[in-house]
Design a protein around this ligand. Structure first.
Ligand code: PRX
Length: 632
């Protein structure tokens, strides 16, 4: 409830019940302990909470910063901690994964069963010659085999590179080519809003120019006919029925710093960056943040309603919950299929106690009114979460009042693909302010800086930076260490540049404002302007393109594209549709511009850089500001 306390503005204090049961009730104490001895505290947690085949010698090695290393010399495997170790405990027969298909198919895996499936698929991959360090591309809908594939790779030390199932040909092709994957795993299709997404066709097209892939494993989900390339494509079920799919499969001993996965994310250039995470530090960071922030207990049923193809799913659908021995839910389809209460129906039927989703989904479902959630019993919910973009106070209050019945604290978690896990977030005991991600996770030190690197005053906007290393931090950009240094550690030397702007209020609460680079968040999905622009100019009718994000009530931002057509091409409405579809085919449906405007020129600086600020002002009908650097 809001009440007047020492804090300014609208503040919601947690109940005594919530504080009493919290896994980590004392923010100030643990934060101070971590600030005093960061390596010591993380070392203690890593030792107490996880199994290591061999202990590490150095907890944090900063000697070659910004190439930080954690738990140096330690041997483990994240899958050993996520699955194997639970089998000798009572959790063996606990439900690890509840799965619901969009068509209401249901599957349940206990830890024993999930481990067994992972072992069998690991054995298949090993028998095919997949070895430690090899990259495997995974491109699937939200089905259990997606998780099984990721875990099977990690178990044998292969590096998974999951490409979100909503991406299309060019995006998939670029990611396969960059990672040089030998094996790709996909499905015959994915269900979405009652339609089939043709994953296999997209894979086939992407592979036409990706010679490294020798084998494609295809999971049957929809049963629709697909092309199977002789000598290259194999059905998952056929492989799993062979004697090579042995249920006993040893877990590879990994160095703490060995790569676990690559996850491509958009940045300032057209080429997506392969963010690299490791077995040791990522494991410790992900599990600890989930335990403290969402307070997971054995009796909880956790639902992170993201896609495993993005970092939120990697960390908090796949690895985090399993590391904690929790029960998690994965849902295949759309939130409003067949009706706008599908999510609330799922939450009721599966007895969800902690729900984690994105502002865009909340706003989208809020539109349908209170009656849809109100017809469901959501009384099991105890905590709620938000991620992906700033949550507007109106959506926050609706989520709090209607979904959380006014008594579930909302954990607004700020983090990134690069950070691996939560960085700025409340704990259940933190007083909340709607729209603020509140305070740094214990031990994390952040600042808000001006152009010259000086801290700005209270409530002033500036660059959000992180001043201390953390266990789940990205280790590099795969294949491009220089870009890692240049992109994240050069603007303010010694500090990690997030790419976000923020302000800090008089209570020390952080309010993230948004990206300051050429990244656009559409429905919480991170897209690069350059990727969309290069998709547009790859069409024969377009000579030049510039893309910006403009505000949208539900999706946060939508794409607004300016195109200069080639000589002789007619600017028709039909062409607008053709170009939208072209972007959909190249990048993915989420990247389709909402508006395409044909222009004769683009505002550029004298050095040829597109002035997006000017374009944005034009799109919004606002003053264009200082044009002194304009080339025209
Ligand atoms: O701009 C911030 C926004 O999402 C960016 C990271 O995007 P991505 O790597 O796709 O990871 C998303 C899921 C972790 C950030 O730079 N962002 C993420 N969470 C929040 C947020 N902005 C405001 N509040 C948040 N809670």
């Amino acid at each position: 409830m809001a009440r007047n306390g020492d804090l300014t503005g609208e503040v919601h204090y947690p109940s005594q019940d919530i504080i009493r049961q919290a896994n980590q009730p004392d923010y100030d104490r643990i934060n101070q302990a971590m600030i005093n001895d960061l390596a010591g505290e993380w070392g203690r947690i890593a030792k107490e909470e996880f199994e290591w085949f061999e202990p590490w010698q150095t907890t944090l090695d900063s000697s070659n910063a910004p190439f930080y290393k954690w738990f140096v010399g330690g041997k483990t495997n994240i899958v050993y901690n996520a699955l194997d170790r639970h089998l000798d405990t009572w959790r063996r027969n606990k439900v690890a994964l509840l799965w619901e298909g969009e068509n209401y198919d249901q599957r349940t895996y206990t830890y024993h069963q999930l481990h067994r499936e992972v072992c069998r698929f690991s054995s298949v991959l090993r028998a095919m010659g997949v070895r430690k360090g090899d990259r495997v591309t995974i491109y699937m809908g939200r089905i259990p085999e997606l998780m099984i594939s990721m875990l099977a790779c990690a178990k044998i030390g292969a590096v998974h590179s999951v490409v979100y199932g909503g991406f299309s040909v060019e995006a998939l092709h670029g990611r396969i080519e960059d990672s040089q994957s030998k094996v790709a795993i996909t499905a015959d299709g994915a269900w979405l809003r009652g339609n089939v997404v043709q994953l296999k066709d997209i894979m086939d097209e992407a592979l036409q120019r990706a010679p490294t892939v020798q084998t494609v494993i295809v999971v049957k989900r929809t049963g629709q006919p697909v092309h199977m390339e002789p000598g290259r494509d194999l059905w998952y079920t056929d492989l799993m029925n062979l004697p090579i799919a042995a249920a006993d499969c040893f877990t590879e001993v990994m160095d703490a710093e060995d790569p676990l996965f690559l996850l491509y994310t958009s940045g300032t250039t057209g080429k997506p960056k392969a963010i690299m995470h490791t077995h040791g530090g990522y494991m410790v960071g992900v599990a600890t943040t989930l335990k403290w922030v969402f307070d997971l207990k054995d009796e909880d049923t956790w639902w992170c309603a993201a896609d495993p193809g993005w970092i939120t799913g990697h960390s908090y659908i796949v690895y985090g919950p399993l590391l904690l021995g929790a029960t998690g839910l994965l849902y295949e389809g759309a939130p409003n299929h067949p009706f706008p209460d599908r999510w609330w129906d799922i939450a009721e039927r599966h007895g969800i106690t902690v729900l984690y989703t994105a502002p865009t989904a909340i706003r989208g479902l809020m539109r349908f009114g209170d009656a849809w959630p109100n017809r469901h019993d959501l009384s099991r919910l105890r905590l709620l979460g938000s991620v992906g973009e700033p949550i507007n106070p109106e959506a926050w209050r609706w989520y709090h009042r209607v979904i959380g019945n006014g008594n579930c604290p909302i954990m607004d978690t700020w983090w990134q693909t690069e950070t691996g896990h939560f960085m700025i977030t409340p704990l259940p005991s933190t007083p909340l302010k709607p729209g603020s991600a509140t305070k740094p996770f214990p031990g994390v030190q952040v600042d808000v800086l001006d152009e010259d690197g000086n801290p700005v005053g209270p409530n002033e906007e500036g660059y959000l930076v992180i001043k201390t290393p953390w266990p789940g931090m990205l280790r590099t950009i795969y294949g491009d260490p220089d870009r890692y240094v240049q992109q994240y550690w050069s603007r303010f030397p010694g500090m990690y540049m997030t790419g976000d702007s923020a302000r800090r209020d008089e209570d020390g609460y952080i309010w993230v404002i948004g990206r300051v680079d050429d990244v656009i968040k559409v429905s919480g999905y991170r897209l690069g302007t350059a990727e969309i622009e290069s998709a547009l100019v790859s069409h024969p009718s377009v000579a030049e393109a510039a893309v910006i994000g403009v505000p949208d009530e539900v999706r946060g931002s939508v794409i607004y594209a300016y195109c200069i057509l080639r000589a002789g091409v007619e600017p028709t409405q039909k062409l607008v549709e053709i170009l939208r579809d072209h972007v959909g085919h190249e990048v993915g449906p989420i990247a389709k511009p909402t508006t395409i405007e044909f222009v004769n020129s683009l505002p550029k600086t004298r050095s040829g850089k597109i002035m997006r600020r000017v374009l944005k002002a034009r799109a919004l009908g606002l003053p264009e500001g200082d044009l002194s650097t304009l080339e025209e």
